[in-house]
Design a protein around this ligand. Structure first.
Ligand code: HEC
Ligand code: HEC
Length: 411
């Protein structure tokens, strides 16, 4: 807290604030960073020195898998090796590249679209090429010309999505569903109005729904499934998980001319390699927190941007009960006007996943559509369940605000 915190101009009438502050105080001390709100205690903390570091605790065999996986992550596909026919890029690296290291983001935006019907239902316009716009194509191959998709006139919702960095996501993958459910229960007990909702989504090959945690809408439950989805929807590579090619602009008949028909990665080995590259990427490095840390909790940011999570017991030491600091609950929150209007997975139009704040200092564009260029602007755009924290941020004095922003810079 800054010296003048006695004059912290924050509305104090909210009971939730008091319990939040208490919760923070109760977890004070060196063990704070090892225990999560579900009561799990990590055996150790995940720490990185540099962006792109390997996750600590990996075996020689896992390290080798990460290294081999990189080859596939940076590999530029061609129509002969399965690219397209429509896609957003020819390699994962085209969007998840440096800075600050491979696996990061160059902030490239993608487009999603659909139609909100009068009865409130959402149509992803599958038959017209929705819900994702493949804005590139392989061009002319074997005398057939493929054109990039266009947003059809029928769409009345069009949203941009910013490329997110991938550092540390293996830890998120290794976190138990029960942990996210427990965080939602904790939130409900402390501030029902701002409580997040676990996205309950299908996992391929499993009958029970799982807690979605990946993507801006938390629509996918596992890293492998997200990566498989990216193979298909970003690069146009079919895998055993997603064997059916995307129909260009919804025209499935055109696939009779597909330059690389059949499953492009028939045994899923390329997918497994990419998954190993992403899974073993360490979290972003952290700086010393400074005084803004208490402010972050006091004005309610940490309610959604949860500091510590702990992975479940795992056969791999790299993922076994490790405490990490994503500054996210990975739950859906109704963000009011900040929502992107798209229904996806379990998420409704106004609901967005709390974006992790680790590595936020490296982001040159912020929020799902990249509309904000500064962290302060991103905070000021919070609406809906995030509006109260936004208003408290807006009410901070200059020095309090500086302390808070300096803290965010260290995550
Ligand atoms: C054209 C740019 C582009 C390409 C190419 C691309 N991605 Fe992404 N990636 C994105 C965007 C945009 C998002 C956010 C998607 C969303 O939630 O709507 C994303 C999100 C992700 C996420 C989830 C991150 C999170 O925060 O939960 C993973 C994992 C991922 N991508 C992996 C890959 C892999 C693997 C490849 C290659 C097969 C790939 N991506 C290719 C743009 C791209
Ligand atoms: C009710 C939950 C909630 C609260 C409280 C909240 N946030 Fe967020 N925050 C979100 C969600 C959800 C997003 C993603 C929104 C989007 O892009 O559509 C987000 C995004 C952000 C981003 C952009 C990150 C990026 O990489 O694009 C920043 C920065 C941020 N929040 C900081 C804060 C700060 C600081 C506070 C406290 C003043 C705060 N948030 C309070 C839910 C919350």
């Amino acid at each position: 807290m800054p010296a003048r915190s006695g004059s912290l101009r924050v509305p104090m009438r909210l009971g939730a604030l008091a319990s939040l502050t208490l919760a923070v105080a109760a977890c004070g001390g060196p063990s704070a960073d090892l225990t999560d709100l579900a009561g799990n205690t990590g055996k150790r903390e995940a720490v990185s020195k540099e962006y792109g570091d390997l996750l600590q605790g990996t075996t020689a065999e896992e390290t080798a898998r990460h290294t081999i996986g990189r080859t596939e992550f940076v590999r530029v596909r061609t129509p002969a090796t399965g690219l397209g026919p429509v896609m957003t890029g020819a390699a994962c690296l085209f969007c998840h590249d440096a800075p600050p290291a491979e696996g990061g983001t160059n902030q490239r935006l993608e487009t999603r679209f659909g139609r909100r019907n009068e009865d409130g239902s959402f149509d992803p316009l599958l038959s017209l090429g929705g819900p994702m716009l493949q804005d590139q194509s392989v061009g002319s191959v074997n005398g057939v010309t493929w054109t990039p998709e266009k947003v059809p006139a029928e769409a009345n919702v069009v949203a941009q999505r910013r490329t997110t960095p991938l550092f540390g996501l293996g830890l998120v993958d290794a976190t138990a569903d029960a942990t996210f459910l427990a965080i939602a229960a904790w939130q409900k007990a402390h501030d029902p109005a701002a409580t997040g909702r676990p996205a309950m989504v299908p996992e391929i090959g499993a009958s029970a729904l799982r807690v979605g945690r990946f993507g801006w809408k938390a629509a996918l439950p596992t890293l492998l499934q997200f990566n498989a989805d990216a193979f298909l929807n970003e690069v146009g590579i079919t895998t055993p998980r997603f064997p059916d090619e995307n129909c260009p602009q919804g025209n499935c008949a055109s696939l009779a001319q597909n330059p690389s028909p059949g499953v492009n990665d028939p045994d899923g080995s390329a997918l497994a390699q990419v998954n190993d590259f992403v899974r073993f990427l360490g979290p972003p490095p952290r700086g010393a927190p400074g005084s803004g840390s208490a402010m972050f909790a006091a004005i309610g940011c940490s309610f959604c941007h949860v500091q510590t999570l702990v992975t479940a017991p795992n056969a791999s030491g790299a993922f076994d009960r490790v405490a990490y600091h994503p500054f996210s609950d990975f739950l859906l929150h109704d963000m009011g006007s900040l929502g992107d209007g798209i229904d996806q997975g379990d998420a409704k139009g106004a609901e967005m996943r709390t974006q992790p704040l680790w590595g936020v200092a490296q982001q040159t564009r912020l929020l799902h559509d990249g509309r904000a260029r500064t962290v302060a602007d991103a905070i000021l755009a919070h609406d809906g369940q995030g509006k109260r924290a936004r208003d408290r941020f807006a009410a901070l004095s200059d020095s309090e605000r500086r302390a808070l922003l300096a803290f965010l810079d260290t995550l």
